[in-house]
Design a protein around this ligand. Structure first.
Ligand code: EPU
Length: 320
């Protein structure tokens, strides 16, 4: 269901920043800086100002024998940026092909897929402080990157507008093929290992498992994969020997999609709110569900995973 904002504005050039900040800093209600909007769930109308960052442009800013530094403006479509790099055989982002969203939002949740996160090739970002209008560069060690996490989700939430992001990519790339089905997919497609081939394999895997938000409303993985203690994991594994798991800081990471499927939710549908039939981590809107109905379904799923496995899963999407 459509929702409305009380006010909306957009910038397409950084020259518009002084006027934008003047307006934002005198606006009395809440302000939301919007990228592609692909990771948001609105539970009702937004009673504030939405600022769409729509600056475009990709440039190579530096290079040496080993690396090339590629900068994308915040409003650049993420996959267009990845394909710019893939076409030139610059390695490091190919596993992140076809993730919805824009370049400027990518660092906020350290987007990741198929064994790679942007923190692996992130070099720096340029931002402007909303209050003071001061420009600031953030290098990797200042961003507090973690699994689907950065400082821009916590301490600095809403304080900076990300203007551009620069990645340090490999001219002689080593490929990340640790995620099992990439190799299988390359073989199935008859492709030799290369940056371009990995990108094509990832696109094919994503298309087979994940719904296209333009065709079926969704925000990708609705939940984060939870990390539990080794002891808790051993208890669950004793009952479910096939449970997928990954080593993680502080214990063991579980696949929330697997937990949700085991609770019987995969393919579930209540009105127009549902759980995707091919990937239980993704909640879908068949058309007319509103945000509250999606959120109600999410809470039922969280409760059932807690009751069945004693594991708490939490949303990955931004809920407004
Ligand atoms: N699984 C099931 N049932 C399901 C879904 C998954 O049993 O319905 C099992 C799979 O068989 C596999 C394991 O769970 O053993 C992991 O599944 P998958 O490889 O599909 O990855 P995921 O953990 O469900 C994460 C990311 C995705 C990313 C994929 C691939 C999170 C929250 N999600 O999903 O990211 O594409 O890995 O790397 O970490 C996103 O963030 O929006 C997103 C789609």
């Amino acid at each position: 269901m459509d929702v409305k904002a009380a006010a909306f504005t957009e910038i397409t050039s950084e020259e518009q920043l002084p006027a934008l900040l003047k307006f934002v800093n005198t606006y009395s209600g809440p302000v939301l800086f919007l990228g592609g909007g692909s990771n948001l769930l609105f539970t009702g109308d937004f009673n504030g100002l939405v600022v769409h960052i729509a600056t475009r442009g990709i440039e190579i800013v530096d290079e040496d024998d080993e690396f090339v530094y590629v900068r994308g403006k915040a409003g650049e479509n993420w996959n267009d940026f990845v394909q710019f790099c893939v076409k030139r055989n610059y390695g490091g982002l190919e596993n992140l092909s076809l993730i919805p969203g824009n370049v400027g939002s990518a660092p906020i949740q350290n987007i990741g897929a198929y064994g790679v996160e942007i923190k692996d090739t992130f070099y720096m970002l340029d931002a402007i402080a909303v209050r003071s209008g001061e420009f600031r560069e953030f290098f990797s060690d200042e961003c507090d990157f973690g699994y689907r996490h950065s400082i821009f989700k916590t301490e600095l939430k809403g304080s900076y507008i990300i203007l551009s992001v620069t990645f340090r990519l490999h001219k002689n790339p080593g490929l990340s093929l640790s995620y099992g089905s990439i190799k299988d997919q390359l073989n199935a497609m008859g492709l030799k290992e290369s940056v371009q081939a990995v990108s094509e394999a990832v696109i094919s895997i994503r298309r087979s498992k994940l719904p296209d938000p333009l065709e079926l409303g969704n925000a990708g993985s609705f939940f984060k994969n939870p990390v539990i203690s080794n002891q808790h994991f051993n208890q669950i594994q004793a009952l479910h020997p096939g449970i997928p798991s990954y080593p993680a800081d502080g214990g063991v990471k579980l696949a929330a999609g697997w937990l949700i499927e085991k609770c019987g939710w995969k393919g579930f549908r209540d009105g127009d709110a549902g759980v995707h039939e091919k990937q239980a981590l993704v909640l879908v809107n068949y058309g007319a569900a509103n945000g509250t109905q999606i959120l109600t379904l999410a809470h039922k799923i969280m409760d059932s995973v807690k009751t069945t496995f004693g594991v708490e899963i939490e949303p990955e999407v931004n809920i407004l």
